[in-house]
Ligand binder design. Sequence first.
Ligand code: NAD
Length: 429
Amino acid sequence: MSEKLNPFKMAQAQFDEVAEELGLEQSVRDMLRWPLREFRFQLPVRMDDGSVRVFFGFRVQHNDARGPAKGGIRFAANETLDTVKALATWMTWKTAVADIPLGGGKGGVVVDPSALSTAEKQRLCREWIGAVWKNIGPRNDIPAPDVGTTPQMMGWMMDEYSKLVGQYTPGVITGKPVGGGGSLGRTEATGFGVIVTVREAMKQLGINSAGTTASIQGFGNVAQYASIHFIEMLGGKVISVSCWDRHDKVAYTFTKESGIDPRFLQKITDQYGTVDKKAAQEAGYVIEDGDAWLAKDVDVLIPAAVEGVIRGDNVAQISDQVQILAEGANGPVTPEADAVLQERGIFDIPDFLCNAGGVTCSYFEQVQNDMNYYWSKDEVLSKLDQKMTNAFQGVLATSLEHGGLYMRDAAYRVAIKRVKKAMELRGWI
Ligand code: NAD
């Protein structure tokens, strides 16, 4: 299969394979290969210098049979409608695997948010809501933050929506700041969930987690909390993390064989996930090229940055020591690399299972918004642990039922069956 596949073609190819294995009817295939709805719109924004710049925005609702569409909004310079469609598709599988009553959606804007002032960002966020507010809402589509967007931006978006509909509507968007309708625990939810799935995988493989090692790609939201919980929950050691340096426009790996200190690194990392090289070097970190994280002799690899990073041309760099690959990012493994992982017997925890902690906590946020009653952080994380453990065990059970089926295929089976059942129960198919 060509490595030049765009993300949406990749999402369709993954679906087609499972659809064939499950012998799905053509009508089900036709519905699930494509999004239900796609919106593309212009966003004219008044810049601080008085000029008007026109940005392009997207919202895609892939499926909402199990509940309102759900998924983040990415602000990225290389955003495309196809990326958003792929991510919306994966959200449908993610909410189904996590067994939360939501569907799949995703949004985006083609913009480098680091090039905007705070006021410009706020105007862009409000404009985005102005363009789609009639098509989203707590009962039909609930956005959230993702790459390039922040809790503060969700707060502005919630405010704009509330103004347009004429009533306070915190449940329209999740990932809001705590104190502004947000849930405790949301910031660390995805990274925490990633490590819950790693913990369950270790149990299944008979690995004692204490003293195990990990190498992580990225040092943004997901990677930071995956690092922290790998150390604090599992008693393991993270030896490297990496980041995209937005000043040098190149990726770097930060390595410390004795174990990185994620809380220190957080202090020297900016809001876009770029680590301060000089401060890291002074603290004894070795700075290597951006791909170095992949070739480390560790037990667990966690790609937690961007899609398409483990490919046919670099998968061979993965050390023989690696037993678990936990996909913190969305779509980090291309189909060609995936075939090699399977062949080598690496236990892969697929993205839409591994990183479902974020959307599960978003769901908890919405439940709290609806009740207008908020849980403690411990309560949120304990409920999240339960949900993620159940999700992992559900997929594992399907894998074992089918003679040790690859976890990605097992997760697709679980998800697609659940979505198909909801569509049947609603009389769509
Ligand atoms: P983020 O913007 O907070 O961080 C991204 C990190 O990746 C940054 O440290 C950046 O420097 C780094 N990076 C970017 N390109 C890189 C490259 N080529 N090499 C090395 N590092 C690189 O984003 P995030 O929220 O942590 O999301 C990371 C991934 O996880 C994305 O695929 C996202 O879709 C997915 N995800 C995020 C959440 C969430 O709750 N934040 C939930 C589910 C999935």
